[in-house]
Design a protein. Structure first.
Length: 246
């Protein structure tokens, strides 16, 4: 065999060995541990990296965290996306099966309650379209208004924090306001929210069972100003009877 032939022969064997080694490594590559997948998913969500989120979900087969002893109790990809206001990530996670009603780590707050508290109407709509329960009641670690200030149902949070568009969308999805919503709108000085609550069927005349005051009496306790005047106008008996006084 000539020197040139021997060199060519060695090159071919070298190329064959490199190709075979790469194929073997691909076949014996170990799967990514669940804890690492969880970390990658949360990092991608918090960075609002839609392509990375999609890649991790494709790899793990889950839009939620994989159950491990190290999985954070309160963090979920969906919750992280809502807190960041990342609507496209929320939409992707919901479309890939993320649990839209989960209360992580014993928390009483559902994803919809969190979105309502943040006032993100677009995310609220994505969650509702994805099956979120708009009628869910506060969990064990929440205090339902007006007694507490930690929030309650999605409607409680929307009214308490003054989110008109969220309130409107919840009403369109069948949520019926009650006296606590009338109270929250009055005591937080939110006439626009009070109008929505009354229009949605909230009782604006009966005394509140927790203090015995009527909505009108409650409104008179507000600090004088434009908000108080607007609320009193909404609650005025003549206004409620209509233009004919009926």
């Amino acid at each position: 065999m000539s020197p040139i032939s021997r060199v060519a022969h060695r090159v071919l064997w070298l190329l064959f060995a490199v190709t075979l080694g790469a194929a073997c490594r691909a076949q014996i590559e170990l799967p990514v541990p669940a804890a690492e997948l969880n970390r990658r998913l949360l990092d991608a969500v918090r960075a609002n990296d839609l392509s990375a989120v999609r890649a991790v979900v494709d790899l793990s087969g889950s839009a939620d965290l994989i159950a491990t002893s190290e999985a954070p109790r309160a963090a979920t990809p969906l919750r992280a996306a809502i807190e960041g206001g990342h609507v496209d990530v929320v939409r992707l996670l919901v479309s890939r099966g993320a649990n839209v009603n989960r209360r992580p780590g014993g928390w009483g707050e559902t994803p919809l309650m969190l979105a309502a508290r943040h006032g993100d109407a677009e995310i609220v709509e994505v969650l509702l379209d994805g099956g979120a329960n708009p009628f869910a009641e506060p969990g064990p670690f929440q205090l339902a208004p007006p007694i507490g200030t930690m929030g309650g149902s999605a409607m409680d949070d929307a009214v308490m924090y003054g989110h008109e568009e969220v309130t409107r969308r919840l009403l369109l999805h069948g949520v019926k306001p009650d006296q606590s919503h009338v109270y929250l709108a009055i005591t937080n000085g939110r006439p626009n929210l009070l109008w929505l609550v009354i229009a949605g069927g909230g009782d604006s005349t009966s005394p509140f069972p927790w203090n015995g005051r009527t909505p009108l009496q409650e409104a008179r306790l507000l600090t004088p100003g434009a908000e108080r005047d607007a609320i009193l106008e909404l609650l005025a008996p003549a206004r409620r009877r209509g233009p004919a006084g009926k």
